[in-house]
Design a protein around this ligand. Structure first.
Ligand SMILES: [Zn+2]
Length: 364
């Protein structure tokens, strides 16, 4: 039998004793299940993923929604799918996920929005309490009712131990820089907690729907980063970041297209002063690209050239790991940071987890 000859040769060459196929398979499975411990120059790094989705079925039920299909995937449910998620984290070398829920409650009235967010924040807190070394979470807030969002953020952080808030790139069609939301920004700034901004499907992807039809999943591939680009640009140009200089903003998907073409942001106002009344850059205090360096970004840009450029535009101290789990965009975000040339060991450790640990109050 050919197999016997191969096994004999392997045994002769390596001194290994022959083992049956089933046992080999079991060993392989165990090796896969082992938690990957990420090292930088021989030193263990606690890796933190700031872009990890989940959902709460009880909250969805209040909106007559349920987990099904490729959007509201069943594995968003932490109550039934936490085991699979932990296995994926172990395989990818992710020690901690900062969970968030994509807002789909921005059109709800006050009472229902209050109920939805209350259930979500309680469930998020329970998930984190069950695995405190593996999960932290961003609170959900009813931003369409800013005074309620202020209360929800305070309660979520102080009572439930959540680490900040996750919000959309627009709120029912309003830009997040709208002065209506100033109380929320003031609260997040005063509490010193980060705000994770994720694109909303009802924003740029839907508004450009007819242009993003056809092959390529362009509604997401182009629409989602564009939604973030617009949201972050408004925070800069409408003065939100001037009014709240202590805000800790985290932009999903590498901040969209903003850091990749940031130079242009500095030339709009000087080119058309009539569209930017005020000083050199309109009403804002600093050069637009200076504000880029005070926000944070996940590194979901898929290749080392992208990470390298992002770091050049905003600084390594502003970069964080993000996977978009459970959406299967990537399983190699840790390797992307380890494999991007030009970083010092300290940079790599910071991007893999140190920067996020400071933002989220995660101690080792
Ligand atoms: Zn996402």
């Amino acid at each position: 039998m050919t197999g016997t000859r191969r096994e004999f040769l392997q045994t002769a060459a390596t001194g290994l004793v022959f083992v049956g196929c089933d046992l080999l398979a079991a060993r392989h499975a165990r090796a896969q299940a082992r938690r990957r411990e990420v090292m930088v120059n021989g030193k263990r790094v606690k890796t933190i993923d700031v872009h990890a989705h989940c959902a709460v079925p009880e909250a969805l039920a209040l909106m007559n929604l349920k987990l099904a299909g490729p959007g509201l995937r069943p594995d968003l449910d932490m109550a039934t799918e936490a085991g699979g998620r932990l296995r994926a984290m172990d395989e990818q070398g992710i020690d901690v996920e900062a969970l968030s829920i994509n807002p789909n409650w921005y059109t709800l009235d006050r009472d229902l929005a209050k109920q939805v967010c209350a259930i979500q924040n309680e469930k998020l807190a329970a998930v984190c309490a069950a695995n405190p070394d593996r999960f932290v979470a961003f609170a959900t807030v009813a931003l369409q009712h800013p005074d309620l969002a202020v209360e929800q953020l305070e309660e979520a952080v102080k009572k439930h131990g959540l680490r900040g808030a996750g919000i959309g790139g627009n709120v029912g069609g309003l830009e997040i820089s709208d002065r209506k939301f100033d109380p929320f920004w003031a609260k997040a700034e005063a509490m010193g907690v980060p705000v994770f901004i994720h694109p909303q499907g009802d924003g740029a992807p839907a508004q450009l729907g007819s242009r993003l039809k056809g092959n390529g999943y362009l509604g997401n591939v182009i629409g989602n980063p564009l939604e973030t680009t617009i949201a972050l640009s408004h925070l800069i140009f409408e003065g939100t970041l001037d009014r709240h200089p202590g805000l800790k903003i985290i932009g999903a998907h590498g901040g969209g297209f903003l850091p990749s073409y940031s130079g242009r942001s500095d030339f709009g106002c000087p080119t058309r002063h009539d569209l930017c009344p005020g000083g050199t850059y309109g009403p804002i205090k600093k050069k637009p690209t200076d504000y880029l360096r005070q926000m944070y970004y996940d590194t979901m840009v898929f290749n080392p050239e992208g990470v390298h450029h992002l770091a050049a535009a905003v600084g390594p101290s502003q970069l964080l790991v993000g996977t978009d789990y459970p959406y299967p965009w990537t399983r190699t975000q840790v390797d992307l940071i380890l494999g991007t040339p030009g970083f010092s060991d300290a940079d790599r450790a910071a991007i893999l987890g140190g920067n996020a640990a400071k933002l989220l109050g995660i101690t080792s």
